[in-house]
Design a binder for this molecule. Structure first.
Ligand code: F6P
Length: 494
């Protein structure tokens, strides 16, 4: 790990979290571990390919960590105070925007204190990015925690090419319009040259919000902003008119890395060992999620428990392994969810488990990628039952892993992945009977049908991998505002 000093970078990624979190042992000794969530997994290979800098938080409040290099990545920490973590991260990001953008599955909190902290922290991130980006460089801002950064950054550094990608859904206007700060959010995003979304429907929802709020047209997903000072609002935030494009770019995974891991004999042996340890049942069902109310974990448990109750599944022959990685544990809704889930696991196991077999094998941990791949290989049926999800990379990881063309993916139509993974068994998780039918179909599916479906799914994921996602996004960004024109604009401003 080395100090990167005051270097400037042509390519800068800005996200709430750095790819590594600082963890402090009981005696205060620091170490680093990979951060949770799909965003970091997706962006890490992009960063390695572009030799850029990554601006983000270390995951620890009041951390004075200076810029450093870890594993060949240039990391630029943004210091968040304990109060900022509470109000900006746990508050506005995860207790306001998160539930609102996931269709109000939980009630969003609209707090002016949260909002003020969100504005202040977004300004901090914009300033950190402005400082580290080279003249006419490209800055790619990530996700809902930083929606004001594009505009703030453009005001600080009009020479930059700015992209924004939203990793979570963007809600329909009927919901979005609840947000007291809806104008500021949309104006913040319009600071970017290109705004990327997971699904076509998300881009459509955003464009509709622009039309409704600003009474402008958005032909072909393009917003034409007039020069600053022309009186119309929002203005371009520069002295010339400017176009902003909103479009879908479904994110993916580093599929090759998964394929390589499957070839590792140690991983294969581990997959076999997992099967053996579970008593080599006829069917292993698997759920892998951050412990989040958007993931539909309860719905999956309900369906599974009913199938056990009806004798359509038997614990002697079937097990459901549920990995629920700890997440946002200081936010009340998440605490309540954990209690609820763990109560259900206890009930289902108490009711249907035997001395030899648990019905649900529940693990509240995060695991390294090797272990995840071994679990994917061991699982006959993968259950992705999200009530709403931007993409759900776990679905793609499962598919990439199944080089044996086996395994069945049960996938919620409310996860972005459903737009692409059409050969999965698509379900509506609210329809418990439909979910039960799909689970039984998965358990009884013939080898030939499993093979046909998995081949098509794998083809999609291997071709549309994360490298292609970032290439598509960055090429589209360069086409909207090539660096040459950024240079010309900068020269005029001088
Ligand atoms: O994509 C959704 C997301 O919120 C990412 O921004 C984030 O890195 C990940 O999920 C994990 O969430 P958190 O950073 O709040 O632990």
């Amino acid at each position: 790990m080395t100090d990167t000093g005051s270097e400037r970078f042509d390519f800068v990624v800005v996200s709430n979290r750095l790819p590594v979190d600082r963890v402090l042992a009981h005696d205060g000794t620091p170490s680093w571990k990979p951060s949770p969530g799909g965003l970091v997994t997706a962006l890490e290979p992009v960063m390695r390919a572009n030799d850029g800098a990554w601006v983000g938080w270390t995951g620890v409040a009041d951390d004075d960590q200076q810029p450093f290099e870890a594993d060949d990545l240039h990391l630029v920490p943004v210091r968040l105070s304990a109060e900022a973590v509470e109000l900006y991260y746990e508050g506005f990001s995860n207790d306001t925007i998160w539930p609102l953008y996931h269709d109000v599955i939980a009630q969003p909190t609209y707090s002016r204190r949260f909002w003020d902290a969100y504005v202040a922290v977004n300004q901090q991130f914009a300033e950190a990015a402005a400082e580290v980006a080279a003249q006419n460089g490209t800055v790619w801002v990530q996700d809902y925690q930083l929606q004001l950064v594009p505009r703030m950054l453009r005001e600080l550094r009009p020479d930059l090419v700015i992209g924004f990608f939203n990793h979570i859904p963007f809600p329909a206007y009927g919901l979005f319009s609840q947000l007291p700060w809806r104008l500021q959010i949309v104006e913040g995003l319009l600071g970017a040259d290109l705004i990327g979304f997971q699904r076509r429907a998300d881009a459509g929802n955003f464009l509709r919000a622009v039309r409704r709020l600003f009474k402008v047209q958005t032909p072909h997903g393009r917003v034409e902003l007039p020069a600053a000072g022309e009186g119309r609002w929002p203005n371009s935030m520069s002295d010339r008119p400017r176009s902003v494009v909103a479009k879908h770019f479904p994110i993916s995974i580093d599929a090759k890395a998964y394929v390589a891991l499957v070839e590792d004999p140690a991983v294969r042996a581990r997959a076999q060992q997992i099967r053996d340890d579970l008593g080599d049942p006829g069917t292993i069902m698997l759920g892998v999620d951050r412990l989040d109310y958007t993931k539909g974990i309860q719905h999956r448990f309900t369906a599974y428990a009913e199938l056990l109750a009806e004798g359509k599944l038997d614990v002697d022959d079937t097990v459901l392994v549920q990995i629920a990685s700890p997440s946002r544990e200081r936010v009340e809704t998440y605490r309540a969810l954990r209690d609820e889930i763990e109560l259900t696991v206890g009930r289902v196991n108490g009711e249907y488990g035997t001395i030899r077999h648990s019905a649900i094998n529940y693990l509240h941990h995060g695991y390294p990628r090797e272990e995840m791949v071994a679990l994917f290989l061991a699982a006959d049926v993968m259950l992705v039952t999200a009530l709403r999800d931007g993409m759900n990379l776990v679905a793609k990881e499962y598919v990439a892993t199944r080089g044996d063309d086996d395994g069945v993916l049960v996938l919620s139509e409310f996860a972005g992945a459903a737009d692409e993974l059409k050969q999965a068994l698509l379900i509506n998780p609210h329809d418990i009977d439909g979910l039960k039918r799909a689970m039984l179909t998965a358990v009884h599916m013939t080898r030939a049908e499993r093979r046909t479906r998995m081949r098509a799914l794998r083809h999609r994921v291997l071709v549309h991998d994360v490298e292609r996602w970032s290439r598509d996004f960055l090429e589209a960004l360069a086409a909207i505002r090539p660096r040459a024109s950024a240079q010309a604009a900068a020269a005029t401003e001088d």
